[in-house]
Design a protein around this ligand. Structure first.
Ligand code: PHE
Length: 337
């Protein structure tokens, strides 16, 4: 190696060092130049082949090589360490970059909550098909032949004379046809009506049906159980009230209101200033229904109720338009997952 080669080696070493972008890489470069099998021992070993008159200059240059590389190494290392992110610059409380994991749809969430409340007081889940017979959906539920809900303008009929159930009440019929009393079921499912979709109507929606049939079941049981439900779902202080109503399959029939969970009954925008929110339809099962399913109408008593899950979801989750529940816009659904 001559002086010229040594000076170009020095340039190489310096440019390798300034290109090292990590402390580990820097160490590799150090070893390759200053290490035991590196360039420096090679230079020193070559010293004895240099002619005596050139030796002092070469020796000086070799020394210079070592000093320069050592200094550059130290400078580069200081630079790398000082520009690294200091430990206290990392905010571990910032949310991480996890992907969206999915979750239950709001309707399903509410359905599971309703089921859970009744499950804990002894109700079991019953289900039935969306396509029903006219018997299960209307006849057995004591709906007169000329009742407007049977109209083709309200009900989706299929070509074989079946229909898309307009309520979850046919599940009651199915269950009672197959099981003797006592009955205590909670029956969630889809229902279909020929409604024109708007902010509060959908042609396909969800209901939960409740049915408790035994002996000496009374209106007080209905009120007690629905009060329990109201408190579980809307809060401990929630009250309920019954308003007289009509359903073909219950007598007497009521509509059930819960005190508004937002204003606690004082009146606000959510309850349209009434202090009450209509939640369910209910009543004592009409003896005609017992006749239709082969129960003894004289010794059997029971209550039934039904409520719309969309309505409860919209109230609890403050959703302003029912259509948002069916558009499957991930940005919307993600808020509730
Ligand atoms: N099926 C009724 C409806 O869809 C609700 C209801 C169920 C009323 C059970 C009374 C008893 O409006």
């Amino acid at each position: 190696m001559n002086l010229e080669e040594l000076s170009s080696l020095t340039q190489h070493a310096l440019s390798d060092l300034s290109a090292a972008d990590s402390v580990d890489r820097l160490e590799e470069v150090r070893i390759s130049y200053l290490g035991r099998n590196g360039k420096l021992p090679e230079i020193m070993a070559g010293l004895k082949h240099v002619s005596p008159e050139d030796r002092p200059a070469f020796g000086k240059a070799a020394n210079e090589f070592k000093l320069q590389v050592t200094q550059a190494l130290k400078d580069r290392k200081d630079h790398l360490l000082s520009s690294a992110i200091p430990a206290d610059a990392l905010d571990v409380t910032l949310p991480g970059n996890t992907g969206f994991r999915g979750g239950n749809h709001p309707i399903r969430q509410i359905m599971l909550r309703v089921i859970d409340v009744f499950d804990r007081i002894g109700f079991t889940v019953a289900t039935g098909p969306d396509v029903e017979t006219v018997f299960n959906n209307f006849d057995a539920l004591n709906t007169p032949a000329d009742h407007p809900s049977r109209d083709e303008q309200d009900t989706f009929y299929l070509s074989d004379g079946t229909l898309l159930r307009t309520q979850t009440s046919p599940i009651q019929i199915r269950y009672m046809l197959e099981n003797p009393p006592p009955v205590r079921i909670i029956a969630p499912g889809r229902a279909y009506r020929r409604d024109t979709p708007d902010a509060t109507h959908s042609a396909n929606f969800h209901q939960v049906e409740g049915l408790y049939v035994a002996h000496k079941v009374s209106m007080a049981d209905l009120k007690g159980d629905l009060t329990h439900f109201a408190r579980e779902i809307l809060g401990k202080k929630t009250k309920i009230r019954f308003r007289p109503h009509f359903f073909p399959f219950t007598e007497p029939s009521v509509e059930v209101d819960f005190t508004c969970h937002v204003c606690k009954g004082k009146g606000c925008r959510v309850c349209k200033n009434s202090g009450w929110i209509e939640i369910a339809g209910a009543g004592m099962v009409d003896p005609k229904v017992y006749e239709a399913v082969g129960y003894d109408p004289d010794s059997t008593t029971g209550y039934a109720f039904g409520m719309g899950l969309e309505r409860i979801a919209m109230i609890l989750l403050e959703i302003d338009d029912i259509r948002r529940l069916y558009e499957n816009d991930a940005r919307f659904l993600r808020q509730f997952a």
